[in-house]
Design a protein around this ligand. Structure first.
Ligand SMILES: [Fe+2]
Length: 511
């Protein structure tokens, strides 16, 4: 007779492991991913979805046991960690395996198995040990990959860069409705509102082979921005609070953030917290911000933008950031930020016109943050930003309109992977003249698609702007360097190294 314990265990096993025949074929259509690297571990991800554009992904309701393996070598001869995890319908059969017990600053290979089905192999890298002094870190920053605007050509080059990590700065998906006639079309019949609809949107993005390859090439450290949920949302408000939507905004936001957490290799903190810190020995600490979830509503006038109560981060996150910047002990402090910190006055002449969705809408908190960055209480702060769909290389000042104000930190705004499509040359050159005159703290502007590649050493941060010729031509070639920038330690200004690339018509320009 079975003991009660044995009975429970065997019942659980029967419930968890369906008979081999009941698992559909081709469960690994969405690839693998890793993220949030630690000195002793990394988060591994996959999703079982034989039919990714269907609700439920074609998996039915049963839980499925998945084996995972981490090895020193690509052929899995030396497996160093392995185990099983259960993929459940309640999480869209996504899996997050937080593997620990790994060595610091080392490459690992990982894969998943269901029965005889084996996932693609991913490569990842753990962070350096807490006391270590790494000689170099190499990472990219990128954002904004609207599916409908183009192909993810940039990732073909990024996957070959031998990265410690990818810093993702927001707009992983776009919530926009399918729009016929663009480069490629979103699935579905309208914008996503429900959990199933956001899951399908995420799944569609993951069917792109270049994006899948990039996730398998390096760990990602991801953050959210507006389009991951809804255009220009703030806190508990959609962009237009008066609009009557199919699903009320709080429920829509919850569905979007849940699908985001399910589909990306991210460690979500207590109460859904997405802001977090990752350390890379004594060389760098990455402070990942969430500039959406705790924001005050947008101002509508410049006077409102200066009201001291308005906050981009909420008070708890601001205290967390300032405490972490002061106490990190790292030589470089990288802020993974979403919307531009530098002023972006777009009105020619004496007047001012700003986008209030950026830090220009939250001037009092910006000033507080910039004064702190300039106070010497933290070492070598560098702001890394997305959202603009253009490259802006800025020198941040406590007062952008005072000529003599000192530079407190550099800001590197990464362009988009696809959003905005191929650049509009005439429009860029027209806008460039205005932006140049109105924003002298901006040292360089470029409207091509691509990403930033950063090499960080104890002595300097070197950033290369990598651009692709086209995101609408699927046969476009590899990314190339359009410009190179250097920040020296303890000197917050940005040096432009080498002549700007003006060979291609839409090219960048030094300001
Ligand atoms: Fe965007």
């Amino acid at each position: 007779m079975l003991s009660r314990r044995t009975f429970l265990r065997s019942t659980a096993a029967v419930l968890l492991i369906p008979s081999r025949g009941s698992v559909p074929a081709d469960v690994f259509t969405l690839g693998v991913a890793s993220g949030d690297p630690l000195p002793d571990g990394v988060l591994l991800w996959t999703r079982l979805a034989p039919r990714p554009l269907e609700a439920g992904g074609g998996m039915g309701a049963s839980p499925v046991e998945v084996r995972w393996e981490v090895a020193d070598d690509e052929r899995f001869r030396r497996v160093v960690r392995s185990g099983t995890a259960v993929a459940r319908a309640s999480n869209a059969h996504t899996l997050h395996v937080d593997v620990r017990g790994l060595g610091a600053a080392r490459d690992y290979f990982y894969r998943f198995r269901v029965g005889s089905q084996v996932s693609p192999t991913g490569r990842t890298r753990t962070a350096p040990a807490p006391g270590a002094s790494p000689r170099r870190l190499r990472f990219t920053t990128a954002s904004c990959q609207n599916w409908q605007d183009g192909f993810y050509t940039a990732y073909r080059s990024m996957a070959a860069e031998d990265l410690d990590f990818v810093l993702w700065l927001g707009d992983y998906i776009y919530e926009s409705a399918p729009w016929p006639g663009l480069v490629r079309e979103h699935a579905g019949t309208g914008q996503p509102y429900t959990l199933d609809e956001y899951r399908i949107r995420h799944a569609q993005y993951r069917t792109d082979p270049d994006l899948a390859r990039m996730h398998a090439a390096a760990p990602w450290i991801v953050s959210i921005d507006d389009h991951d949920v809804d255009d220009n949302w703030t806190g508990d408000l959609p962009a237009d609070p008066r609009a009557v939507e199919r699903v009320p905004f709080p429920a829509r936001k919850a569905a979007a953030l849940r699908a985001y957490a399910e589909h990306l290799p991210i460690r979500v903190g207590p109460r859904g917290r997405l802001f977090r810190r990752l350390s890379f020995g004594d060389l760098a600490t990455v402070h990942v911000l969430d500039t959406r979830s705790y924001r005050s509503p947008h101002p509508t006038t410049i006077a409102q933008a200066r009201e001291p109560w308005r906050t981009m981060t909420g008070d708890p996150q601001e205290s967390w950031l300032v405490r972490g910047l002061a106490g990190s002990g790292a030589r470089w402090n990288l802020l993974a930020n979403q919307v531009m910190v530098a002023a972006g006055d777009s009105k020619p002449g004496p007047g001012e016109k700003y986008s209030f969705d950026g830090w220009d809408g939250y001037v009092a908190q910006r000033r507080r943050l910039l004064e702190f960055l300039g106070s010497g209480a933290t070492r070598n702060p560098v702001v890394l930003t997305g959202d603009q769909h253009a490259t802006w290389i800025n020198e941040l000042k406590t007062d952008f309109r005072a000529e003599g104000a000192p530079v407190v930190a550099p800001e590197f705004v990464a362009t988009s992977i696809t959003s905005g499509g191929d650049p509009d040359v005439a429009r860029f050159w027209a806008e460039r003249a205005v932006l140049q005159n109105e924003n002298p703290h901006c040292r360089y502007l470029d409207n091509q698609r691509g990403y930033l590649l950063a090499d960080l050493t104890p002595g300097e941060l070197c950033v290369r702007l990598r651009v692709v010729d086209s995101v609408t031509d699927p046969s476009a070639g590899a990314a190339r360097d359009a410009a190179r920038f250097v920040v020296e330690t303890d000197r917050p200004g940005v040096e432009l190294e080498g002549p700007p690339d003006l060979s291609g018509a839409p090219g960048g320009t030094a300001l």
